[in-house]
Ligand binder design. Structure first.
Ligand SMILES: [Zn+2]
Ligand SMILES: [Zn+2]
Length: 146
């Protein structure tokens, strides 16, 4: 992480009309540091507490919600609960998620094209959006789990 990225995020927060609070600043920093790794609310809270022990869980939880609503972070439902990560600057993408270490990687392309044509031609449904996540094991975890 670098300060430039944090400044950019804090600026985005301000543009969305969100108040600048210590909890929000710490949380954005934590998500920057986590990079592509998904964090649960409990993970986030543990990391926040290391920076500022006065911030309680409900504050963290409320701010996770606010940051999701304002599209600064995204919420992903994994097999073991809800997790969060910073929203990627790249536009349309799908995540490959390691169910062991919760690292994510974007798929290099959207696999939806043919499926969309099929839905449009073969059904009465008009698709407007889609959401695809791919679960599995990353290279490191595969080696570790062998
Ligand atoms: Zn992994
Ligand atoms: Zn897609």
């Amino acid at each position: 992480m670098n300060d430039k990225q944090l400044t950019k995020l804090l600026h985005a927060m301000k543009e969305k009309g969100l108040k600048f609070t210590p909890a929000r600043e710490i949380m954005l920093k934590i998500f920057l540091q986590a990079d592509d790794k998904l964090l649960s609310a409990a993970d986030t809270f543990d990391l926040v507490r290391k920076e500022n022990a006065k911030i309680n869980f409900s504050t963290v939880y409320r701010n996770l919600d606010t940051l999701v609503t304002n599209q600064l972070i995204e919420k992903i439902t994994c097999h073991d609960g809800i997790r969060y990560k910073l929203i990627s600057q790249k536009q349309h993408h799908h995540l490959m998620i390691c169910t062991h270490c919760h690292k994510t990687e974007p798929l290099p392309f959207c696999p939806y094209g043919e499926l969309e044509a099929f839905i449009k031609n073969g059904t009465d449904f008009l698709p407007t959006n889609h959401h695809v996540e791919i679960y599995g094991y990353c290279k490191n975890c595969r080696q570790e789990l062998k």
